[in-house]
Design a protein around this ligand. Structure first.
Ligand code: GLC
Length: 443
């Protein structure tokens, strides 16, 4: 049970760093975008998609038999890349349950005979991941939602244009939706994150988000719920971009590696591994997480380009993971012109991680540093000590301040730069600084 039933503990979520988002469904057999291929994408929102008739889309479900599905292998490669939580699409807007539901025949348990969500949860939990389930409150396949038809929506989709049923249908649908949610909340052990989506159809009153939040709390008191449970979320979910300013509560940015969420091989807009890494680092420097998406293929493997990106991240994580795992937001940008994170050291000191996402010229400068507390600067990846010096603020010097602040300069030789992102670790002592420490030198 949570200690405070109204607000679950979010501290574990704040410093996870990287999460793996998985968008998977039968659309992958055709290389269609998950759900949105039916609507031809969303008006004005890239990418544009060739619309598929809804009937054709829905009828595709039995073709999905991902024979090489191996969630333990997914978990292993994501873990090595630094991911510490997973969010899996138990059900997307297309209504196809990727779990064993007793409330509908439209599920992978019926078509393929396996509870894919259960297998994903088990494998990732065994590897040490926090577990998140994505669940679309919208269900374009359910008769009482009511089911999507080609003429009921704009193609491409326009937010606010959708078909409505009768009040009775809505009441029935809501019971069904909560029933499936209950199956997920009671059948898969402790769920850390309930990731709702689909708040863009129907009003807040119709959904009764307070009721949905209570319902989740009843079954999983410690689970966090995202902000798409409007007005009742525990964390914020900016999509496809970092927030301009760090939100004042826990947050994650969800991001696709290309432009689509599902497996769409015709989408060749892959972001480079370095760009993905830098986005993760920037998120961590602002105190948030990056929920990085992969759309597995129809045979159950990750697309080669996604594997390549995970492997590049893994190589960097081997040498630099401590700068993004379990850290807090770092310095203000006036102090250091780049992303940074920090952590408390066991002896009361503090370590700063300065991420060089751009190549430095000769040296880097950090401002507003307690100059007499600087102990060491080194390259995190190799442990190589770096030359550094400090200059206290002259006002502090003249005032004979015990703990003056000023500037720190660290030399970073061009030959030592990491191909993806160099990290400079600076250790600061917190122990009282000697009052007679000579100005400009470390105590
Ligand atoms: C958007 C997409 C949806 C995806 C979600 C993830 O809402 O429309 O397909 O699941 O983002 O954040």
């Amino acid at each position: 049970m949570s200690t405070n039933p109204t607000s679950p503990d979010t501290s574990w979520f704040r410093s996870l760093g990287l999460g793996l988002f998985l968008h998977w469904g039968h659309a992958s057999t055709q290389g269609w975008e998950l759900s949105w291929q039916m609507t031809g994408g969303v008006h004005l929102q890239p990418p544009a998609l060739e619309p598929v008739p809804v009937r054709t889309y829905f009828d595709n479900a039995p073709s999905f038999r991902p024979e090489r599905f191996d969630p333990a292998a997914w978990a292993e490669s994501a873990w090595r890349a630094g991911a510490r939580y997973v969010v899996f699409t138990a059900k997307h807007h297309d209504g196809f349950a990727m779990f064993d539901t007793g409330l509908s025949d439209y599920s992978i348990a019926k078509t393929w005979g396996r509870d894919v969500t259960g297998e994903v949860v088990e494998a990732f939990r065994a590897r040490g991941f926090r577990i998140g389930l994505y669940f679309s409150i919208v269900d374009w396949h359910h008769e009482d939602y009511p089911r999507l038809t080609d003429d009921a929506i704009a193609k491409p989709y326009r937010v606010g244009v959708y078909r409505r049923g009768t009040e009775e249908q809505w009441a029935h649908y809501r019971r069904f939706m909560l029933g499936q949610l209950e199956e997920l909340l009671t059948g898969y052990g402790p769920i850390d994150i309930v990731w709702l989506d689909g708040e863009f159809e129907h009003s807040e009153e119709e959904w009764d988000f307070a009721g949905i939040r209570d319902f989740i709390r009843t079954h999983q008191p410690d689970a966090l719920v995202n902000d798409r449970c409007l007005g009742h979320g525990d964390f914020t979910t900016p999509e496809q971009q970092l927030p301009v300013m760090a939100p004042d509560r826990p947050w994650e940015t969800c991001l696709t590696m290309s432009s689509t969420w599902g497996y769409v091989p015709s989408d060749d807009t892959w972001k480079s591994p370095r760009t993905l890494l830098h986005t993760l680092i920037e998120a961590a420097s602002m105190g948030g997480n990056l929920l990085l998406n992969i759309g597995p293929t129809d045979d159950g493997t990750f697309p080669p380009k996604a594997v390549e990106r995970l492997e590049t991240l893994a190589g960097w994580m081997d040498r630099h993971a401590e700068s993004v795992h379990g850290t807090q937001a770092g310095l203000d940008l006036w102090q250091f012109h780049g992303p940074s994170t920090r952590r408390q050291l066991a002896d009361g000191g503090e370590r700063l991680y300065l991420h060089l996402t751009m190549r430095p010229y000769e040296r880097i400068t950090v401002r507003g540093v307690p100059v007499n507390r600087v102990r060491a600067a080194r390259l995190l990846g190799t442990g190589t000590p770096l030359d550094w010096s400090v200059q206290p603020n002259l006002k502090h010097v003249h005032a004979e301040a015990a703990d003056p602040s000023g500037e720190l300069y660290v030399s970073v030789p061009a030959t030592e730069l990491d191909e993806l992102c160099t990290v400079v670790a600076v250790d600061l002592a917190v122990a009282p600084v000697r009052v007679d420490a000579p100005a400009g030198q470390a105590a």
